[in-house]
Design a protein around this ligand. Structure first.
Ligand SMILES: O=C(O)C[C@H](O)C(=O)O
Length: 465
């Protein structure tokens, strides 16, 4: 390696010489990839770099204990990898996420940066391939790093965030068990429900999302490590993968396991597609929840006005005093992004050609982004919207009492056809159902008593038949 005066040094790889910024920790292969893929301006997610480095560190320790590399070299690599995993060297990962489909460029980026750091520690050369990448291939390490990062993000970020949101929804559901409102089906007035019942439905959607994620974990946490190039494990000593994975289990506390079939685990990426699909379901659920809230909060004069959302910021640059449902709007956009990310993950997941899927980096990018977005959106929604919601009890009750559908419990006394006639007459003449029932002589003709009429038209009672 030589350094010239222009701020670059010259590094070599198997293709020849490459000029690398003098202070960069990466080497020739990373630099080639930086120049080859100027696409999105966005690199690997930080969580992904962390997972890659965690695997490199555990692999070095096992390589040391199995005699694949010297013990002091293994320790230096493990130490360097730990520093990278802590996040202090994320700026040394400059390669665009849209790159080699196997992630080889980012794997080599990790190998080169860790080799440089380890060489500084050790005071002798460390080879990115022979030492840091020993017993590994991009084809097993890179997908393993996606699964490790996604498992961590789901268990440590997304599930706790959804639990937080679920608790906020349950609290409202319990507080509003007597707040009666009009149900709506087809966007038309229906029989009454309570606001608490609606929020219990939302809470269950979120709880189901947690169950769905938990259900994917056994497959998401399977690591292809040990398969190396094509799943056979060429160049890997016996016992390498189980030992590395056991170290990862210990150091991360995550339920990672070795892939049950290394050919499935490298030729396909079905578990990532599955996890992304569950994220899409959660996004769809959040969309429905915030959309209902947005509509219930519409107004303040010309909307539904059943809920008051917390005022967070001036809504309009031109209309003074206007306040908008900004958190539901932001969450809706998160949902749209997650649904779009899933379409890409599903397409990319179908691109398993023989022994390797070669659309790995984009799957990682989208999956990890979706998890991060949903976790942040769930907390935001709980803290800046749900917690501060207030019901407009009078308006909600008035809608319930004004709904022509409250005639429904009279079916059993008067029959469907007469009940329909009563509902239409009430609507046409802007009278209450009660007034029309009495006017049509149903108390006098003995079809029902006054007490039965009172009970039948009790809107809260209708929510608990
Ligand atoms: O980078 C590797 O380890 C292998 C590469 O992805 C390949 O299969 O060509």
């Amino acid at each position: 390696m030589t350094t010239d005066e222009s701020g670059y040094r010259v590094e070599k790889d198997t293709m020849g010489e490459v000029r690398v910024p003098a202070d960069a920790l990466w080497r020739a292969q990373t630099q080639r990839a930086v120049e080859n893929f100027p696409l999105s301006g966005r690199g690997l997610e930080s969580a992904h770099i962390k997972a890659l480095a965690q695997i490199k560190g555990a692999a070095a320790q096992v390589n040391g204990s199995l005699g694949v590399i010297e013990e002091d070299l293994a320790e230096a690599i493990a130490k360097a990898a730990a520093h990278v995993a802590e996040g202090g060297y994320d700026d040394q990962f400059p390669i665009d996420v849209f790159q080699t489909g196997s992630g080889t460029s980012s794997n080599m980026n990790a190998n080169e940066v860790i080799a440089t750091l380890a060489a500084r520690e050790l005071g002798r050369p460390v080879h990115p391939n022979d030492h840091v990448n020993a017993s590994q291939s991009s084809n097993d390490v890179f997908p393993s790093s996606i699964h490790l990062a996604a498992t961590e993000a789901v268990t440590a970020e997304l599930i706790p965030a959804l639990e937080h949101l679920g608790a906020a929804l349950v609290a409202k559901s319990e507080a509003w068990s007597e707040v009666v409102k009009s149900g709506r089906t087809h966007l038309m007035d229906a029989t009454p429900v309570t606001l608490g019942q609606e929020f219990s439905g939302y809470a269950r959607q979120v709880a189901n999302g947690i169950e769905r994620l938990t259900g994917t974990l056994p497959r998401l946490a399977e690591l292809p490590l040990g398969g190396t190039a094509v799943g056979t494990g060429v160049n890997t000593p016996p016992g390498f993968a189980p030992a590395v994975i056991e170290r990862l289990r210990q150091s991360t506390g995550l339920p990672v396991t070795e892939a049950r079939d290394h050919f499935e685990a490298q030729g396909a990426r079905d578990a990532l597609v599955e996890a992304s699909g569950q994220l899409k379901v959660i996004a769809v659920g959040l969309y429905k929840i915030v959309n209902d809230i947005r509509w219930m909060g519409s107004g303040p004069r010309a909307g539904l006005r059943e809920l008051r959302l917390p005022d967070l910021q001036p809504g309009s640059s031109i209309m003074p005093g206007k306040v908008n449902p900004v958190v539901p709007e932001a969450v809706r956009q998160v949902a749209a992004q997650v649904i779009g990310n899933d379409a890409t993950v599903a397409f990319a997941g179908s691109q398993g050609d023989f022994e390797l899927n070669v659309m790995l980096p984009v799957m990682a990018r989208n999956l990890l982004e979706s998890i991060r977005l949903l976790a942040n959106a769930a907390r935001l929604l709980a803290d800046r919207c749900i917690d501060g919601l207030e019901p407009n009890v009078e308006v909600a009750r008035a809608y319930a009492e004004g709904s022509p559908s409250i005639v429904t419990p009279l079916n059993r006394y008067l029959g469907y056809d007469e009940a329909a006639a009563i509902a239409k007459a009430a609507l046409a003449d802007n009278r209450t159902i009660r007034e029309v029932v009495i006017e049509r002589g149903h108390l006098e003709n003995g079809k029902l008593t006054e007490q039965q009429l009172d009970e039948a038209l009790d809107v809260l009672r209708m929510t608990r038949p």
